[in-house]
Design a binder for this molecule. Structure first.
Ligand code: S3P
Length: 177
């Protein structure tokens, strides 16, 4: 089946949302951020969902959203950092979606998280976020490696988008429409 959506995965703060928004504009596709969609529907932030309802409820919401979005077309979806590591979610979103995993160094991730005051990241609300980032990256490394990787370290958003566009235009399985 020709791929008609673009799905961005990768660790927290690797640029999925910033890149996804701009890529969608460039392609004339609809942009959707799964954390934002879940928060909007729940009427509370992702951190509040974790605190009030627990992580398992949030993961269930991710599963429902993956199934829903798997049926749609002409979307650029930026997914929460662990969403695509669930095999059922990956299967649902990969059916019509070309998946890219954005990668950055732990230091860059830490810098971006510290600067980004708008997004709440419950898993990093700990005494030593840098250590947490390193631990989570180590635990998830193999799982992220299942997806084609795109290094964002030291690149501007426009450079990352150009890299993606070059790959997409050369990809016969992807229909840019
Ligand atoms: C998470 C990443 C977050 C959000 C939640 C859990 C994770 O999304 O889904 O806080 O487990 O990596 P971002 O990757 O958009 O920060």
């Amino acid at each position: 089946m020709a791929k008609e959506n673009i799905i961005l995965t990768g660790f927290m703060a690797t640029g999925k949302t910033t890149v996804g928004k701009k890529l969608a504009e460039r392609l004339g596709y609809l942009f959707l951020d799964t954390d934002e969609t879940i928060a909007e529907r729940a009427g509370m932030s992702v951190s509040e969902i974790f605190r009030q309802q627990g992580e398992a409820v949030f993961r269930r919401m991710e599963g429902e959203l993956a199934r829903e979005l798997g049926n749609r077309e002409k979307l650029v979806v930026s997914t929460g950092g662990r969403m695509m590591l669930d095999p059922a979610n990956a299967e649902a979103l990969s059916r019509k979606g070309r998946v890219f995993c954005l990668v950055a160094t732990p230091e860059e991730i830490h810098d971006r998280v510290s600067r980004d005051r708008q997004v709440t990241r419950p898993l990093l609300e700990v005494a030593d976020p840098m250590q947490r980032i390193a631990d989570l990256l180590e635990a998830r490394e193999k799982a992220y490696e299942r997806f084609p990787q795109l290094d964002t370290s030291g690149k501007t958003v426009d450079e990352v988008i150009q890299n993606l566009m070059d790959i997409l235009t050369a990809d016969k399985d992807f229909s840019l429409g």
